[in-house]
Write a protein that binds this ligand. Structure first.
Ligand code: TRP
Length: 330
């Protein structure tokens, strides 16, 4: 029996290369060795203001991107969180063993409650509990995540310990599998790449748009003229080279930058080409898939069915543990 893992991405917009490198690419590497469930976590994406009319097309786009990037429905399951109702049911139950003080100190809560200060809703605070439910509903042993999600995973383990000690051993404590290349900075060279900060390259971006975006992206801020030598270590373009370029191109750009042999424009052109080369087949596949929505529908329905089977079994066990089976009704 393969060990199970779960992870998810919020359908907040089109997926970008940060999602690709930080999550999906690693998921592809894991799909051979684990029993994988990959979620589109739509209920999480409601915790900050969002466009409800666009939800359906964002979820479809997300599923098409998963498949186009190389997640293989023969090897893994793709599902939509809200379609397996046990996620929210388990969240409620876990809420009752989660002290509010644990949630108040979660970094993403502190950050988002400042950024969206006119809508600090219960869901925003409860976000990590829903995430814990996503994971332990399937008794996942491990969770591939980016580094920014580690506090959430630690909290999941705390919730598991609290639940197990209150009601008896039920859930395993999930481990993290930290994605390499997980911290992709945005084109501003500052914050993590994210749609809301408008600093990303989307997975389905055309070569022209990739170049347009890269051409204004921040490089080594100390390097003002082409004749100044630069420092690749502090250049975000160089860190992207390390994720997309061949050893030869990386060596060429590193040396050229340090010796002022090449300018930032040339360095960016090489990067733009390499990114475009890697993304082109994904973009083409995605367009093809979006012409075949029935196929995507079948993949999701089968993933949802698979997930429901496990989820309902877990909830049944949880009911036993928490005392809500009510034999007198049978
Ligand atoms: N919080 C995760 C993120 O924003 C998304 C997520 C929701 C998730 N549920 C999960 C990740 C369960 C892993 C496992 O990236």
């Amino acid at each position: 029996m393969k060990r199970r893992i779960f992870s998810g991405i919020q359908p907040t917009g089109k997926l970008h290369i940060g999602n690709y490198l930080g999550a999906i690419k690693n998921w592809i590497d894991l799909q051979d060795d684990y029993d994988c469930i990959w979620g589109i976590v739509d209920f999480h994406s409601m915790t900050v203001p969002y466009d409800h009319e666009g939800m359906s097309s964002r979820v479809l786009d997300c599923a098409a991107t998963y498949l186009a990037a190389g997640l293989d429905p023969e090897k893994c399951e793709l599902m939509i969180q809200s379609r397996v109702k046990e996620h929210t049911e388990l969240t409620w139950i876990l809420n009752t063993v989660t002290p509010i003080s644990w949630l108040e100190r979660v970094p993403t809560y502190k950050d988002k409650s400042k950024r969206f200060s006119d809508n600090v809703n219960m869901g925003l605070m409860d976000y990590p509990v829903l995430m814990a439910a996503d994971i332990i509903l399937y008794k996942a042993e491990a969770v591939p995540v980016g580094e920014d999600q580690l506090p959430h995973l630690e909290l999941t383990r705390e919730i598991v310990r609290r639940f197990n000690s209150t009601f008896g051993d039920t859930f395993p404590e999930p481990k993290e599998i930290v994605s390499e290349g997980a911290l992709v900075r945005g084109l501003d060279g500052q914050a993590k790449m994210s749609k809301s900060l408008n600093n990303c390259i989307y997975i389905d971006e055309t070569p022209e748009d990739i170049w347009k975006k890269l051409s204004t992206a921040v490089t080594d801020p100390q390097r003002v003229r082409k004749t100044d030598p630069g420092d690749p270590k502090v250049c975000n373009i160089f860190s992207l080279h390390q994720l997309f370029s061949s050893k030869e191109d990386i060596g060429y750009c590193e040396h050229g930058c340090k010796t002022a042999g090449i300018g930032c424009i040339e360095c960016k052109k090489i990067l733009a080409e390499n990114i475009a080369k890697e993304l082109a087949p994904i973009r083409e596949k995605k367009t093809e898939l979006l012409h075949n929505v029935d196929y995507i529908k079948d993949v999701l329905n089968s993933g949802i069915k698979y997930s429901k089977k496990i989820a309902s079994k877990t909830i049944e066990e949880v009911y036993q543990k928490i005392g809500t089976t009510y034999p007198f009704l049978k």
